[in-house]
Design a protein around this ligand. Structure first.
Ligand code: SAM
Length: 261
């Protein structure tokens, strides 16, 4: 039976624009396509993010949950005063947005904690094996290394780890830490997809399957895919077609996307 993704469709089509966050259309199209494909292929597991901010990406993960699956939001949930304007209020915005979107989360699915204090064992006890794990917490070298190690420790055989700002020019230590970790774990992790800000990583045995899926996925029909190499292995580069980006911009101007949830 086909999974019911009505709430996810609504979130991606209209509501996501009203949640402050740090990634764009091409990324949410990729995460949406990968998460749904996992469900269609019977790839089970839980969903997790370190670094949730106002929940923009995490709500995709929560809405991808199937029966028996859980999501886990890990963050300090503390306003550091550095995020101003629409990005202010890390202590409350995630909880307000969750309530407005009507996304049910139980106590175990939200973890207010410094991720540096989490051990792989504690994480596994809390969430088990994970099929989609977004790493987007502190962008300091030590934290990225630690958070990617945590994500790897619970990543399911067919799971995907997503590292934010690998290509963000403001965050060189994210790239350095990720390269060190990926080099150390080259037998266990293989990047398979590049988007504007994010690097998508799978187990080496699954990487080609994900690349083949991206090339034929009807949800990415309008996208531009090309091949590059990374660590001497093939990797897919994903961009959205100009027309899609323009359409979105025009709709935004016309007020198609509500500014508030
Ligand atoms: C770039 S924002 C995340 C953006 C979010 N993924 C989105 O979809 O828009 C980084 C987040 O990491 C959190 N963070 C920073 N250091 C952390 C730590 N040591 N442990 C847990 N969370 C941390 C911050 O509170 C912040 O919410």
């Amino acid at each position: 039976m086909a999974a019911n993704f009505k709430a996810l469709d609504r979130y991606i089509a209209r509501q996501i624009e009203a949640v402050a966050g740090y990634f764009g259309h091409v990324e949410w199209a990729a995460i949406d396509a990968i998460g749904r494909w996992q469900v269609e292929r019977g790839i089970g597991g839980n969903l997790a993010e370190i670094g949730v901010h106002h929940g923009k990406l995490f709500f995709i993960l929560a809405l991808l949950r199937q029966a028996g699956e859980r999501a886990l939001a890990i963050d300090l949930f503390k306003d550091d005063g550095l995020n101003t304007g629409i990005h202010a209020g890390r202590d409350t915005a995630f909880f307000d947005n969750r309530a407005r979107l009507g996304i049910a989360l139980d106590e175990q699915e939200v973890w207010t904690v410094d991720s540096l204090t989490i051990t792989p064992e504690a994480l596994h006890a809390r969430i088990g094996d994970v099929r989609l794990f977004s790493v987007d917490g502190s962008h300091a070298y030590r934290n990225v290394l630690h958070d990617m190690r945590l994500a790897e420790a619970v990543l399911a055989d067919d799971g995907v780890m997503i590292v934010h700002d690998f290509f963000g020019i403001g965050w060189p230590d994210v790239s350095v830490a990720a390269i060190h970790l990926l080099t150390e774990m080259k037998d266990r992790l293989q990047p398979f997809l590049i988007t504007q800000y994010k690097l998508f990583i799978a187990r080496p045995a699954a990487a080609e399957r994900y690349r083949a899926m991206l090339a034929t996925n009807p949800r990415l029909r309008g996208a531009i895919l090309s091949e590059r190499t990374m660590f001497d292995r093939p990797i897919t580069l994903l961009n959205l077609a100009r027309r899609d980006l323009l359409q979105r911009r025009i709709k935004r101007k016309l007020g198609f996307y509500p500014k508030k949830l």
